[in-house]
Design a protein. Structure first.
Length: 184
């Protein structure tokens, strides 16, 4: 009986580990288009921490999460952390949740976001990271591996906001203990 339970436990653990492999193995191979038409390869950011904030312009809290994301990005400017807002809006005219590149640029600007806006209209990266809810944040370590996935983003300096800062501080501490940490 114990052997049977042990076998089940091993299988469950193996399934969880295998479920995480595609997201971590593919992260550094992803390339997304910016709203400026440039291809952004995550592999180009080796040695840097990358924050990908997935969302759409139709969600009620996006206009609050973008300024909060920008505030966090400002804390880490020049410290080896790259931030992107990844829109999952459709790029097909006539489809539900459609937005042009110009629409997304204007939306970001209206909401105080100065980060590069990337597009994932087919939600390929979104699904490869194992995400199914927006907003979601994916943080990649300097090796391009998924370090943390966070579903939801509290825009006040409480759990979600602090969680991202704590994660970034922890990652940066691994890289160098000489850099000052952003305040909580």
């Amino acid at each position: 009986m114990r052997l049977h339970l042990f076998t089940r436990l091993i299988i469950i653990i193996a399934l969880f580990v295998l479920a995480a492999i595609p997201a971590t193995a593919q992260a550094d191979q992803m390339t997304l288009q910016s709203v400026d038409g440039k291809a952004v390869s995550l592999a180009d950011h080796r040695g840097q921490v990358v924050v990908l904030a997935f969302n759409g312009d139709w969600t009620p809290m996006t206009n609050k999460s973008l300024p909060a994301l920008q505030r966090i990005a400002n804390l880490y400017k020049g410290r080896g952390v790259v931030f992107y807002w990844v829109s999952i809006n459709s790029a097909q005219a006539g489809e539900k949740k459609f937005a042009t590149d110009a629409d997304l640029k204007a939306f970001a600007q209206e909401n105080g976001l100065r980060l590069t806006v990337l597009r994932d209209p087919e939600r390929k990266a979104f699904h490869e990271f194992g995400l199914d809810v927006i907003p979601s944040i994916v943080i990649l370590d300097g090796a391009g591996k998924v370090y943390k996935k966070q579903v939801g983003f509290d825009t006040a300096p409480t759990q979600g906001y602090k969680s991202v800062i704590k994660t970034l501080n922890r990652l940066l501490k691994k890289v160098s203990t000489k850099q000052p940490h952003a305040p909580l």
